[in-house]
Design a protein around this ligand. Structure first.
Ligand code: FAD
Ligand code: SF4
Length: 514
C-alpha cells in the first residue's frame, strides 16, 4: 500500500468522498485504542457503542471492496498512543503517506497535528464532510469570547440552506415556535407515549475485551446494546421517530416524568449517537423530517418540525462553532469560581431528591438523559451547588452515549454551568424546585417538599437557588433578563432571607446526604 487512511471512531461517514472510488493502493485503518477509553472514565455503553459501530463500519467497507484493517484492543494494546500505532502500521505495510479526516476534538486535533509535523512520512488532512457550516466559515461568523445569538445564527442557516423557507420568509410565518412547546404530561398523555426504538447489538465480545484489558468504566452494561450502530439502524431509528414521535416532539420537548424509567427518551429521537459518530448526515435527517411533515400535514404540525430542525440546524452547528472558536481557553473557563466536588450519588443515583434520583438513574442505566434532565435537573443542581466545571465536564463527557467534547463542553460548561462568562447563555439556567415541579411529576413522590424553602424537608433546589442568586448578585444584577429576581428577593422579610441562606449553607455542607 502507498497510503494509510485513518478512520477515527466518530468518523463513520459512508458518504465521505474517500469512498467514491476504490483505490487498491490505499489501506483504511480503524482501531480500538486504549487512549480513547481512558481520557476520561466512560459509561460502558458509550465505549461499546463506539467500538461496535467501528466494527460494523469496517465490515461494511470490507464488503464494499475496500482494504480495511480493523484492529481491536487485542492488537493495539502495546501501542502507546495513536501516533505510535500509525507509525507501526505504516511501516508494516510500507505506506509512505498518511491521510486523516479533520478530528472534531481539540485533543485529537493537537495530537495528529503534532504527529504530522514530526513524522518523516507525508501526512495530510481532509475535511470530515459532516457539518453544514464549513470549518473555515466559523471564524467569519463567530468571535472568540463573544456571545453570538443562537437565534440569529439559526435564521441565517435556514436562509443559507433554504430549510423551512417560503422564498425569503420563514415557513409558517414565524422563525420559532418554541412558545407552543411547553407542555407537561397529563396521565392520559403518559399512556400514549410510544416505546423507544431499541436495537439488539451483541457487544458481549467487546465487553470481554474491555475487561481483559482492564479498561476502567462505570454504568450499567448492556450485552444487547440498544443504540443504533450501523447506518441502516440509524435510518430505521429516524423513520421510527418520524412515524411515532415527531407528531409530539416539540409539544413535550421539555417535559419529564418519573414514569419513564424504561423509556427515558419519551418523544426524543435518540439520534445523537448516530449523528455524532457520523453514521447519518444532519441534512439527511432534516430533509427526511421535513418530507414527513409535507406528506402528513394533519399529523405533524410546523411547531414540531421547526422545534426539531432548530436542534440540529441551529444548536448542534452553533455549539460546534463556539467550541472551535474558543478552544483551548474554553476548557479552563470557570467564571463563577465553582470549586466543589461531585457528591457520590452521581455514581449510584441514591439520593432523596426524586428528580435527581430519576435523572441520574436513567443516565447510569441507559447512558442517556434528555435535554431538560441534563440542563434543568442535573446541570442546574451542579450550578446551584458550585461544582467545579472540570468535574461536571468530566462526568458528562463520560456518562452520555453521545458525548464528544465539541458538543458536550459548550453545553455543559457553557449552557448549564455559566462558566464561560456568558458566551453561550445570556443568563444562567438556574431554577428553583418550582420549575421542576411545573415540567414534571417528580415532586409529588419526593422526600422533599417543593413548596418549602426552609425546614427539614424543604426542597434543596429552593434555598440553593436563592443562595446562588445572592452569592452572584454583583455579577448578575445588572443583567436585564434577571432584574425581577432581585426585586422579589428584596421584598422578602430579612428573617426569611437569612433562614433561606442558612438552609442552603446547611445543604451545601451536607451535600453528600441530600
Ligand atoms: P433530540 O431531543 O431528539 O434532538 C435531536 C438532535 O438535536 C439531537 O440528537 C442532537 O444532535 C441535536 N441537539 C439537540 N440539542 C442540542 C444541543 N443543545 N447541542 C447540540 N445538539 C443538540 N448533545 C450531544 O450530542 N452530546 C453531548 O455530549 C451533549 N451534552 C449535553 C450536556 C448538557 C449539560 C446539555 C444541557 C445538553 C447536552 N447535549 C449533548 C444536547 C442534548 O441534550 C442532546 O443532544 C440530546 O439530549 C440527545 O438526545 P436525542 O438525540 O434524543 O435528542
Ligand atoms: Fe426535586 Fe425538589 Fe421536586 Fe424533590 S421537591 S423532586 S428535590 S424539585
Amino acid at each position: 500500500f502507498n497510503t494509510l487512511r485513518l478512520i477515527l471512531g466518530d468518523q463513520l461517514n459512508p458518504a465521505h468522498s474517500w469512498y467514491k472510488d476504490k483505490k487498491t493502493n490505499t489501506l483504511y485503518v480503524i482501531a480500538e485504542l486504549k487512549q480513547e477509553t481512558s481520557y476520561v472514565k466512560h459509561h460502558i455503553q458509550k465505549i461499546c457503542a463506539f467500538f461496535c459501530a467501528m466494527e460494523n463500519f469496517a465490515t461494511a467497507l470490507n464488503q464494499a471492496g475496500f482494504n480495511v484493517l480493523h484492529l481491536t484492543l487485542n492488537e493495539t494494546c502495546n501501542d502507546e498512543d495513536l501516533p505510535a500505532l500509525l507509525t507501526r502500521i505504516a511501516a508494516q505495510h510500507q505506506c509512505n503517506t498518511i491521510e486523516y479526516q479533520y478530528p472534531d476534538e481539540y485533543r485529537l486535533k493537537t495530537q495528529l497535528a503534532h504527529f504530522a509535523n514530526t513524522s518523516p512520512l507525508t501526512v495530510s488532512r481532509v475535511d470530515s464532510e459532516h457539518f453544514l457550516l464549513p470549518f473555515e466559515e466559523i471564524k467569519h461568523r463567530f468571535i472568540k469570547d463573544k456571545h453570538i445569538t443562537m437565534e440569529h445564527f439559526y435564521r441565517a442557516m435556514r436562509k443559507q440552506f433554504n430549510i423551512l423557507m417560503d422564498s425569503n420568509k420563514p415557513h409558517g410565518g414565524k422563525w420559532n415556535f418554541d412558545s407552543n412547546n411547553r407542555n407537561k404530561f397529563s396521565a392520559a398523555d403518559l399512556a400514549q407515549i410510544p416505546p423507544p426504538k431499541l436495537f439488539n447489538n451483541d457487544v458481549s465480545a467487546i465487553i470481554a475485551r474491555l475487561n481483559k484489558h482492564n479498561v476502567s468504566y462505570f454504568g450499567k452494561a448492556a450485552e444487547q446494546l440498544p443504540w443504533p450502530t450501523t447506518r441502516k439502524q440509524a435510518i430505521s431509528c429516524l423513520d421510527y421517530f418520524c412515524l411515532y414521535l415527531l407528531p409530539h416532539f416539540g409539544q413535550f420537548q421539555d417535559a419529564m416524568t418519573e414514569q419513564s424509567k424504561h423509556n427515558s427518551s419519551l418523544y426524543h429521537s435518540r439520534l445523537s449517537f448516530a449523528l455524532n459518530a457520523k453514521l447519518i448526515h444532519p441534512l439527511f435527517v432534516i430533509k427526511r423530517v421535513i418530507a414527513q411533515y409535507e406528506q402528513r400535514p394533519n399529523d405533524i404540525s410546523i411547531a414540531q418540525v421547526e422545534g426539531f430542525v432548530r436542534q440540529i440546524l441551529g444548536w448542534r452547528e452553533y455549539v460546534r462553532a463556539i467550541y472551535w472558536i474558543n478552544m483551548p481557553d474554553y476548557a479552563t473557563k470557570n467564571q463563577l469560581k465553582a470549586k466543589n466536588t461531585l457528591p457520590p450519588y452521581f455514581w449510584h443515583a441514591k439520593t432523596k431528591m426524586n428528580c435527581m434520583h430519576h435523572a441520574l438513574c436513567e443516565s447510569l442505566t441507559t447512558a442517556y438523559a434528555h435535554h431538560i434532565q441534563r440542563l434543568m435537573v442535573i446541570g442546574n443542581f451542579c450550578l446551584l451547588t458550585a461544582i467545579n466545571p472540570d468535574d461536571v465536564d468530566a462526568w458528562y463527557l463520560g456518562v452520555y452515549i453521545d458525548a464528544i467534547e465539541w458538543v458536550e463542553m459548550p453545553n455543559t460548561r457553557g449552557m448549564s454551568q455559566f462558566a464561560d462568562d456568558g458566551i453561550i447563555a445570556t443568563k444562567p439556567y438556574a431554577a428553583s424546585g418550582n420549575y421542576i415541579n411545573k415540567m414534571s411529576d417528580y415532586c409529588k413522590n419526593c422526600h422533599y417538599k417543593v413548596k418549602q424553602k426552609v425546614g427539614d424537608d424543604a426542597c434543596p433546589f429552593n434555598s440553593l437557588y436563592w443562595h446562588f442568586m445572592h452569592t452572584h448578585r454583583a455579577k448578575l444584577e445588572k443583567n436585564p433578563r434577571i432584574g425581577m429576581v432581585y426585586k422579589n428577593w428584596d421584598k422578602q422579610e430579612n428573617t426569611l432571607q437569612q433562614s433561606t441562606l442558612q438552609q442552603a449553607t446547611y445543604y451545601l455542607n451536607n451535600i453528600a446526604s441530600l
